[in-house]
Design a protein around this ligand. Structure first.
Ligand code: ADP
Ligand code: MG
Length: 312
């Protein structure tokens, strides 16, 4: 018989209801929750939350090791989304992978948002054309979503722009907490729509402006870490692509070579499976460099930004 969250000692009806409202609706989610989050959400003491988590862990299948064979089996369900550029797809081993986070970082105007918009359009393409025939969720933190660009890019791909616009769900995030909440709520939207692409443009801008001083850096990293894991969880559960953008800042301690480094440091770097550094070149050309991939060689290629979208 299936165990529900009410079966756990210490979870009464009222607590269960609060937990469910916040997406903590099964044993596994509780088993991997943090006591602090659970106590806040459930309106219970942290000690009580610790006990609930411990009980959930007894029932849940956590910490089981997978064999390489099992992981290979899971990886077989991974799908790839085209970027619109054959060059960039090749660099990525065929496109953006589901079940992982791909980060595009670069300076202002390097084309991060253009790539996000193109991915949104491409996700609605049929599978034989490199898409998922799916809906898309965009968390827009900089108010740079432009339906007009979606229309242009859709037309170029031979898609009906109205249909594409209907399949793209945009949520404006007003601050970092709102952004975190929207990522948590993404799970709700995925019950209603078949979402195979979740975009966050930009991942770090709110965090960067809100947590400025040295003292708040640890808190910022902790929140970013949690946010990234929420995103990754969405990607794994829904077999979806997660793509995020990130700004760069100049490191004062680098005198030779390129001093530009992505915001968010180790946290973002370790959670994003693929990182692509975008640099401006002549006209609409951009240089895309793959950095830190677990199994693909580093390398770079040239893509073209144009009125019709991203291409070679
Ligand atoms: P970022 O998000 O990295 O700051 P963007 O994705 O907004 O940068 O890229 C802006 C660039 O995209 C512009 O400099 C221009 O080269 C290109 N671009 C934007 N809109 C169009 C368009 N309608 N036609 C051609 N190029 C465009
Ligand atoms: Mg942008």
């Amino acid at each position: 018989e299936k165990i529900t969250i009410e079966d756990l000692p210490g979870v009464g009806e009222a607590t269960a209801e609060k937990l469910r409202e916040n997406g903590y609706d099964d044993i596994m989610t509780l088993a991997v929750a943090s006591p602090k989050d659970l106590s806040e959400i459930g309106g219970i003491a942290e000690g009580a939350a610790v006990k609930i988590i411990a009980a959930a862990r007894k029932y849940a299948d956590v910490g089981n090791f997978e064999t390489g064979e099992e992981i290979l089996e899971r990886r077989k369900s991974i799908k790839k989304l085209t970027t619109g550029s054959k060059n960039l797809d090749d660099l990525l081993g065929g496109g953006l992978e589901t079940q992982s986070i791909t980060e595009f970082f670069g300076e202002f105007g390097s084309g991060k948002t253009q790539i996000m918009l193109q991915l949104a359009v491409n996700s609605t393409l049929p599978e034989e054309n490199g898409g998922f025939d799916s809906d898309v969720l965009i968390i827009d933190t900089e108010n740079t979503f432009r339906p007009e660009r979606i229309i242009q890019m859709s037309k170029y791909k031979g898609l009906d722009p109205d249909t594409v616009l209907k399949r793209i769900h945009v949520a404006r995030a007003y601050n970092s907490h709102h952004q975190i909440l929207l990522a948590e709520k993404a799970a709700d939207l995925s019950k209603e729509f078949d979402i195979k692409l979740l975009l966050v443009d930009s991942l770090t801008s709110h965090f960067r402006s809100e947590y400025m001083g040295r003292g708040s850096l640890a808190e910022r990293q902790q929140l970013l870490n949690r946010h990234m894991h929420d995103l990754l969880k969405f990607g794994t559960i829904n077999n979806a692509v997660i793509a995020v953008t990130n700004q760069v800042s100049a490191r004062p301690d680098i005198f030779f070579g390129d001093p530009m480094t992505p915001i968010g440091g180790n946290i973002v770097g370790h959670t994003a499976t693929f990182r692509i550094y975008l640099r401006k070149s002549k006209g609409g050309k951009r240089i895309a460099r793959l950095i830190d991939s677990p199994y693909l060689p580093e390398g770079e290629t040239v893509i073209q930004l144009s009125e019709d979208g991203i291409m070679d």
